[in-house]
Design a binder for this molecule. Structure first.
Ligand code: IMP
Length: 191
């Protein structure tokens, strides 16, 4: 079964492609459809709106994913503003905001919105962890070099895709989608 993923982020696409292949989904990256992101507090709302606008353009079953990093000592910042904050402050800027801060807890949240007529679903999942003292690792993207998932010593950027996929917010939300597709017995006919 074929499903489009509207994203210009090749890392996200590669992570998602691997997870959904476990459910027999052939994921196709779509970089050309503008996602039109609304401002909002909830990643689920942002992802669903973006998926609806992308669907109006494409007319084929698709998913959109929106993610954010929520840092406890910063009252959840940058959360839904993660993309902007990554571009402006980056990992170093976040570490500076947390200088002398002992509370390092944070989580990533991922919202995967799927438009598969007649269905519209959003799957939300989190991974908890801590913000590292220094950026470490060359893999992944975004805040991966400063995020250490709970129970691990390494950052996401020090892990391969398979390892990150065992733990990450995105992989968890995508597995929820995979299970949902399975339970609905959505196969080639709908996709
Ligand atoms: P987006 O709006 O879903 O693309 O994500 C917002 C920002 O959060 C991105 O620019 C990344 O910096 C960051 N982000 C989202 N997911 C991840 C991840 O899996 N690892 C590291 N950073 C991420």
């Amino acid at each position: 079964m074929k499903l489009y993923f509207a994203t210009s982020n090749r890392h996200k696409y590669e992570e998602a492609r691997r997870v959904l292949s476990e459910y027999g989904v052939e994921l196709v990256q779509l970089t050309s459809v503008p996602k039109l992101e609304i401002q909002g507090e909830s990643l689920a709302d942002i992802a669903l709106n973006a998926a609806r606008t992308a669907y109006l353009r494409l007319g084929e079953p698709l998913i959109v994913e929106d993610a954010g990093l929520y840092i406890e000592a910063l009252k959840g910042f940058p959360g839904p503003y993660s993309s902007y904050v990554y571009k402006t402050l980056g990992c170093r800027g976040i570490l500076r905001l947390l200088e002398d801060e002992e509370r390092r807890e944070a989580y990533f949240e991922s919202a995967v919105a799927a438009i598969i007529p007649p269905y519209e679903e959003v799957f939300v999942a989190r991974v908890h962890g801590v913000i590292a003292a220094e950026p470490r690792g060359e893999g992944g993207f975004g805040f991966d070099p400063i995020f250490i998932p709970r129970g691990e010593a390494r950052t996401f950027a020090e892990m391969g895709v398979e390892e990150k996929n065992r733990l990450s917010h995105r992989a968890r939300a995508l597995r929820m989608l995979g299970e949902w597709l399975r339970s609905r017995k959505i196969k080639r006919a709908q996709l």
